[in-house]
Design a protein around this ligand. Structure first.
Ligand code: MLT
Length: 267
């Protein structure tokens, strides 16, 4: 089901499936909630799966506003308030993982559980910031197509590029649907985010870390560092998947996610 909420005068598009305890999925850059379709289609019994478009992406307004990763985290919490959800499991992929880590810092009491996929704790390096600045200039000069050209070969793993050739055009369509203003605002949010490492040592909720074995943007080692930082966390590697592990190997990803969510029920 697709719905549009209006929160503090701003439009927020939300995809919603299943019923029960809430699990909220936060998408990566420069995508939208549609990337979670394989998880919405397989909502596990007893769980309500909710996937919003972040500010400035998809059908959510606010592309023109300056934002930060903490700002996105505050938006997600405002959506949870709007939906009447006190505590929730948060799943974040890549940029969505940065947002989930910010929620762990800003409002740990709201977290029933945390799932960090294809992401990293560290802030951008100097070189990373320079790359983003170059992307920003290219975006201004030539629009979102340059971003999809540059990113798709890195978003999808080598196995998917070879064996799931339908994914490239799908991801391209999502990227090129985004407004340049929204992509630019997110680039700034990404390059100015802070290092989450120290705070992650104090996470107390059940935490799952998911890495695509072929992830070129956030390799498995970055997840091993996350795993070492977060007490009691579990690390799962999805074989033959790249950065978009949930989309590339949905059955394997869902099996890992559902096992983790099922375990929360047994606590
Ligand atoms: C993402 O997939 O969200 C991006 O790769 C995040 C990033 O560029 O840091």
């Amino acid at each position: 089901m697709e719905q549009t909420a209006v929160i503090a005068g701003r439009r927020v598009r939300v995809l919603d499936a299943g019923s029960g305890e809430p699990v909220l999925l936060v998408h990566g850059f420069p995508l939208c909630a549609d990337m979670w379709q394989p998880q919405l289609d397989a909502a596990p019994a007893g769980w309500r799966v909710i996937a919003p478009d972040l500010r400035g992406f998809g059908g959510s307004s606010g592309a023109d506003a300056v934002t930060t990763i903490d700002g996105h985290a505050a938006d997600v919490l405002a959506l949870a308030d709007h939906l009447g959800l006190e505590r929730l499991a948060i799943v974040g992929l890549s940029m969505g993982g940065y947002v989930a880590m910010a929620i762990a810092r800003l409002a740990p009491e709201r977290l029933r559980a945390l799932v960090l996929c294809d992401t990293r704790a560290e802030a951008d390096t100097e070189e990373g910031r320079e790359n983003r600045e170059r992307m920003r200039q290219a975006l201004r000069a030539a629009g979102a197509a340059v971003i999809s050209e540059a990113m798709i070969p890195r978003l999808l793993g080598t196995t998917s590029q070879r064996e799931r050739q339908e994914l490239g055009p799908r991801v391209r369509e999502w990227i090129e649907r985004q407004s340049p203003a929204g992509i630019e605002a997110a680039l700034v949010a990404l390059m100015t985010r802070s290092d989450a490492s120290e705070r992650l040592r104090r996470v107390t909720c059940p935490t799952l870390i998911v890495a695509g074995e072929e992830d070129a943007l956030t390799p498995v080692e970055t997840h091993e560092r996350l795993h070492a930082l977060i007490p009691g966390s579990r690390l799962e590697v999805i074989a033959r998947a790249g950065h978009l592990s949930n989309l590339e190997r949905p059955d394997a990803f869902n099996a890992v996610l559902h096992r983790f969510l099922g375990g929360l029920r047994e606590e």
